[in-house]
Design a protein around this ligand. Sequence first.
Ligand SMILES: O=C(O)CCC(=O)C(=O)O
Length: 344
Amino acid sequence: MEIKDWPLCLPQAKLYRELAQLDLLQNLAELDMFGFTVVPPEKVGPPEFHARVEQAVVNVVEQRFGKLGSDGLSWKDRNQIIRMILWDDQVFEELVLNPAGLGLVQSLVGTDCILSLFDGWVKGPGDERTTLHQDNWDYSRPAKPPEPNSANFNYLVTDYTVEDGALTFVPGSHKLRRAPTPAEVEHWEDNAQPIEAPAGSMVVWGDLTWHASTRRTKTGERLMVLGTFQRSILQTQGPYRQMVTEEALARNPVRFAGLMDVYGAFPFGKQDMDGEHLRKRAEIGGYHSLFDREPAGGKVSLRPNYDYTAFDREKHQQNFAKMKAMRAEIARKREAGIAGRNKP
Ligand SMILES: O=C(O)CCC(=O)C(=O)O
């Protein structure tokens, strides 16, 4: 079937064609059928890229927690998330934009999803493991909506086998749309499907899938990088919008600014949404190719530092006029088939 730019699924059609180009359509089917998928290293990046990520992760771990000993016992009985590593090495900015990872994640949470977490993960030998859970943290609803709010990639920095302390999944659990009960946690912790895959692979899943990990029964460290992306209406777990710099926005493609949510409309204070900022967002909005690597330069900028308590009636009225013009422009573009409903 020819996938055309059908107006109601314009970003999805473009994304689908790029996923096909990356030979990831089987992964797309696995995400739907089983709730998780594994992308082999050759579809993620070349060995040199992996070597850079590995070195960067080891550097972060050693800078924050001390040198890794040669006996492989430095992280004995520890299974720990290393928070906020995105800014520690520019290779992580490449990883966050990795076409395979970002492409599959976008199939789950939208082509305008934003970055919520970018962390490292270290597990040493011993009894520590991740208990069975799902990542949908909306406790206000015991029954979850059918589509995930967030999606993860795990980039495997080291090999994963059962003995390595692999990530495990309960295939099909995403269709239950609820967290596991204590009895299910107990049962599945030792019966879930382990991911056995080489370093450089990328594992992707949505927040409804139950997952855990095995104990590491050998010496040395299991290393991984976790990226969590979410629908742009939700509050992020990490303050990327607050921490991103003008330089980081300029050296990365426009989609990076979207991941940092610098053009998100929320929050707004007494003055309401910033029409000028939204207009800029509409200007650079729409689908951004997974393969776009052109630095954004001055096309994007940091979110202004708003005073949420300020109110200026005249500016408020001008603002509304700008927003009205912007909505008309978006409607025009949509009619002409050149914009989806997405921001960058
Ligand atoms: O690898 C693990 O131990 C668990 C990973 C996990 O829970 C996650 O990435 O959300």
